[in-house]
Ligand binder design. Structure first.
Ligand SMILES: [Cu+2]
Length: 266
């Protein structure tokens, strides 16, 4: 009977690993469940960290599962009583120090990724002077939708020519893009899996995210902070366009929105 239990427990790491590998290769019925392709120039460092942590936790997951199964496997030649052990200081120190060491290593190792994605906003050179890339879109999260504000022809936010689109935001390909993100009610979180961009949004705070998309297409935006009953449907689309297509879209949408606001004034 012990053999059955031992094998049963051994199935946990085996099936767990199998499922993950299956999903990575995207075969039916697990296709599309793993991370989508990264289309952000700054996203590689996030993938690298993700894979590193997956390897570390994977080895521990398989190792502990195997040790458990091995311990349960009955001894040769009959029954064996388990020894009653009341604490073992050496063991306790080992399993406290190893995870602590791994965490300290990761926290130092990820400093560059953090700086690149959360602190060093991209810079651009204008009239021979370096400056931070200004936000091109103001993203406002609300229960349960995303509003995207564009600064309009004058390039400044909070002026009369600003316009807003809901549910879909357009950005140019191969250009550093900065979003200013805000919430108009509760906590939300701005997540674009294909860009490896994720940022919590705190009401009253102005935050920035940046990316450089290198592949045209339509990508999912999701809210990843449980923000109320409609959280599950709080999504939008990020459309990355070739520079010329983006310019056309921007011009057309600006004209359309200005025409609507003028018709209200009349
Ligand atoms: Cu939300």
């Amino acid at each position: 009977m012990n053999r059955v239990w031992s094998l049963l427990f051994l199935l946990v790491p085996i099936l767990g690993t199998l499922l993950i590998v299956w999903a990575i290769f995207g075969a039916w019925p697990l296709a599309g469940l793993w991370l989508p392709e990264n289309v952000n120039e700054y996203g590689g460092v996030i993938d690298h960290l993700f894979n590193l942590i997956l390897w570390i936790t994977g080895v521990i997951f398989i190792g502990t599962g195997a040790i458990l199964a091995l311990t349960m496997w009955p001894a040769k030649g009959g029954s064996r009583r388990a020894a009653y052990v009341h604490g073992n200081h050496t063991l306790e120190i080992i399993w406290a120090v190893i995870p602590a060491g791994i965490l300290v290593f990761l926290s130092i190792y990820q400093l560059n990724a953090w700086a690149e994605n959360k602190m060093d906003r991209p810079v651009e050179v204008v009239d021979g002077e370096e400056r931070l890339v200004p936000p091109s879109v103001r993203v406002v999260a609300r229960q349960f939708d995303w509003d995207f504000f564009y600064p309009g022809p004058d390039g400044k936010f909070d002026t009369v020519d600003d316009f807003m689109v809901t549910g879909e935001v357009h950005v140019p390909k191969n250009q550093p893009v900065v979003f200013q993100i805000e919430s108009s009610d509760v906590l939300h979180s701005f997540f674009v899996p294909s860009l490896r961009v994720k940022q919590d949004i705190v009401p009253g705070m102005k935050q920035f995210v940046w990316f450089e998309a290198n592949k045209a297409g339509r990508y999912e935006i999701a809210c990843t902070e449980l923000c109320g009953w409609g959280h599950y449907k709080m999504g939008a689309v990020l459309e990355v366009q070739e520079e010329e297509d983006y310019a056309v879209w921007l011009q057309e949408t600006t004209a359309k929105c200005l025409a609507i606001s003028q018709s209200f004034e009349e």
